[in-house]
Write a protein that binds this ligand. Structure first.
Ligand SMILES: Nc1nc2c(ncn2[C@@H]2O[C@H](COP(=O)(O)OP(=O)(O)OP(=O)(O)O)[C@@H](O)[C@H]2O)c(=O)[nH]1
Ligand SMILES: [Zn+2]
Length: 367
């Protein structure tokens, strides 16, 4: 144990070491200790990031540890960079896909050009982001590729939708201070389609990110480290960024009633007026306060159809008696199975998702 930390622990032996889980690999957890848990001399990342196991007690009571979790560490071995997670502190938020605890906001990255900004695709991503109930910040990259006028047009259009986007450019170094302020001291999930510049943003904000990844591999010796896992990257000024491969397929999996919650335009209308029916879906019901001539109304209707089909499919799966088809198996055995109409509405169950994740971990780690 380093003398500074030994001294601190001797002075306050009951003070727990607290940190944030940066990555999970098989049964190991990378934990970045809070700087307040260590001393100012211990700010070197290699000394404040410990490779931890989870106490058997936590396993027994079924407490899982997620990336983003705040945890208490026992028995740190400073020389070997090891420790054990003794406690998981209560979560402020919990995302399912990607699995991240305590995220504060989603920064949704799109490009104004290359690839072209498609309002319908953007809407789908926004709905998905809003459905997490985290704060949503829209960040439009590659503003160097379009004229000032075009940027103003987008600004006006998106203001109508209820968003005040940050226009940035990694290439011409525009808007990056504002982006930095937005990320400071928070846990941010960075999401968006391929090719819009998410990796460029991470590399700009955290220039030494590859160094840190290298360190992780070094400590695990035989373990390979890949970005396929959810992982938090520490921002130099405080806060963490999560890059999320899992977020990049925005399936619409909300109920028809929920959908309206994720359109700021609808919420704005419902603040000043009410529909006649409390369960109005804002389609063709009489005296609807939402239906009307606003830009994304057609998108709303289209997504509503999708949400209705999705819900019907869920009901069919939950209640196989509703619609059954007789499936004949070998040796004359028959079995009733719920009828699945369209292939695209077949979803992987939570359990299957978890299994896939586990397989990924096992595939990626040789420990
Ligand atoms: N003109 C312009 N090009 C940019 C800017 N930022 C990134 N690019 C380019 O856009 C392309 C895609 O950037 P990436 O950072 O790989 O995008 P990504 O979102 O991480 O893409 P995936 O890895 O596929 O998810 C690269 O060729 C970048 O050089 C920018 O501000 N302006
Ligand atoms: Zn209505």
């Amino acid at each position: 144990m380093s003398s500074a930390i030994a001294e601190q622990n001797a002075l306050s032996p009951t003070l727990p070491l607290v940190g944030t889980v940066l990555a999970v690999q098989a049964n190991y957890y990378w934990v970045r200790l809070d700087t307040s848990s260590t001393t100012s001399q211990q700010n070197d990342a290699s000394l404040t990031t410990l490779l931890c196991t989870r106490r058997t007690r936590l396993k027994k009571i079924g407490v899982a540890v997620m990336v983003g979790d705040r945890v208490e560490i026992e028995e740190p071995d400073w020389g070997g960079g090891r420790g054990a997670i003794a406690e998981v502190l209560p979560r402020e938020s919990e995302l399912d896909r990607p699995p991240i605890a305590n995220a504060n906001q989603i920064v949704l990255v799109f490009a104004v050009a290359d690839p072209p900004l498609d309002p319908y695709q953007l809407t789908r991503f926004l709905i998905k982001a809003e459905s997490t109930e985290l704060d949503v910040c829209l960040c439009l990259n590659k503003s160097d590729l379009v004229s000032e006028e075009e940027i103003e047009e987008w600004r006006d259009c998106l203001a109508e939708w209820g968003y005040q986007p940050l226009f940035i450019s990694i290439f011409s170094n525009t808007g990056l201070d504002e982006l930095y302020q937005q990320l400071n001291n928070r846990i941010t999930v960075l999401a968006g389609p391929s090719g819009v510049g998410k990796s460029s943003i991470i590399n700009y904000l955290i220039p030494n990110v590859k160094v840190r990844v290298g360190e992780v591999s070094g400590k695990l010796s035989r373990g390979r480290h890949t970005t396929r896992h959810v992982e938090l990257f520490e921002l130099p000024g405080g806060g963490f960024l999560a890059d999320t491969p899992g977020f990049n397929q925005p399936d619409l999996d909300c109920s028809p009633e929920e959908l309206a919650l994720y359109f700021p335009e609808i919420q704005k209308r419902l603040e000043v007026a009410s529909c006649q029916f409390s369960d109005c879906l804002h389609r063709d019901e009489p005296n609807c306060a939402v239906r009307g001539d606003w830009e994304r109304y057609d998108y709303y209707l289209e997504l509503l159809e999708e949400a209705i089909l999705y819900q019907e499919e869920l009901h069919r799966q939950a209640d196989p008696d509703a619609v059954l088809k007789l499936k004949t198996k070998g040796k004359g055995k028959s079995k009733y199975e719920p009828r699945l109409e369209a292939k695209k509405y077949r979803r992987t169950s939570r359990k299957t998702q978890q299994q896939k994740l586990q397989e990924l971990y096992e595939e990626d780690t040789d420990i």
